[in-house]
Design a protein around this ligand. Sequence first.
Ligand code: ADP
Length: 414
Amino acid sequence: MNILALNCGSSSVKYQLYDADKNKLLAKGAIERIGFVGTFIIHQTKNQKHRLECECATHKDAIYTVFKFLTDEEFGVITELNQIDAVGHRIVHGGEKFDKSVLVDDKVISEIDSLSTLAPLHNPPNLAGIMAIKSLCPNVPQVAVFDTAFHQTMPATAYLYAIPMKWYEKYGVRKYGFHGTSHLYVTRRAACMLNKDIKDTKFISLHIGNGVSVTAVKGGKSIDTSMGFTPLDGAVMGTRSGSIDPAVVLFMMDKEGFTTEEVNTVLNKRSGVLGITGRYTDRRDISRVAGEGDKLCQLAMDIESYRLKKLIGEYYAVLGGLDAVIFTAGVGENSSIARKMVCDGLEHFGIFLDDEKNENAHSESDISKDESPVKVLMIPTNEEIVIIEDVKAILDGTYHNHDFKYSFEVKNES
Ligand code: ADP
């Protein structure tokens, strides 16, 4: 069974085609700058990688282009479109309606559409992807996999804000949390690495990429997470502020006469480490320039890691114990400096990072000292494999089972 995983953003479509029976990636790629001048596709198969210009005014054009590449004589990995058996979509916001992945039908489409009020930048392009597949290959089953679903297990004490209850009842203002598929993947892998039943585990998972979120996961279920009503809340990010005193927004609107749209742009696109350094979002640049003595870059790294430390403290408190801290995503997987800066000073929590293991971690690994009571794990995330397996399980009818085990939940051989 071939399953296509799609992640449709505002101006991009990322895709991976899997042979789900063999758990084998056949092709992957991305089309960027949809609707702008200079649209291009990066298409990768086992042996080749191509970057080519293309013309795509809409998501439908982009998906049509992806299909052309997948079936192309030279670049392709299948011969006919009917060799794609199902499509799984990453959908950012599932609100309170979706606590797990679902088969897409007209009702699901209208619910995703109505949730666009909560995620105006994300749900519309996600939905455009579903509609494009519906019109290009109407008989192919589609599955929606929600970024928020994993966090629907949070208790009301964690997800409600101390604001008038009417805001929640009338508009759904509450914490939803994001990056759920990633937190699910790495915590299930962590249980395997530690040879524990997921039901007996307590983890803090740090997804540190451009977007950053930290989640407390107890017994395989999210009990609290740092992103909130939107993905702006919580940790310091590449361009997003993370948590600030909400009064700052009102103060700055007053002082600078910002409109809501302007203040939204500043907090989402010009804050975070970019706001502090004034120049960089890429943490590689920031640590390089900090190494050359730049004080603002050093400060950005200090603030980012300080805030992550505080989140670990918060979640340690509510978990009532801790088996492992998990690092994942672009920074979490690749930056030994970032991991060290977060873990340094947390020895009183029983978190002892092993410097040598940390420096040499290039694939899934335990990077804590042998005697460390709390383990520190580096686990490359794999959201696509969760999407693929959800699609497969929904289609073969095994997904409703709450003890559903993913195929990646197997113990490491070493
Ligand atoms: P997104 O949130 O866009 O999915 P990623 O998870 O791909 O982001 O992470 C992107 C971030 O990872 C960028 O800020 C990039 O600088 C950072 N990154 C990648 N490799 C390294 C590295 N070796 N050291 C530090 N940061 C890195």
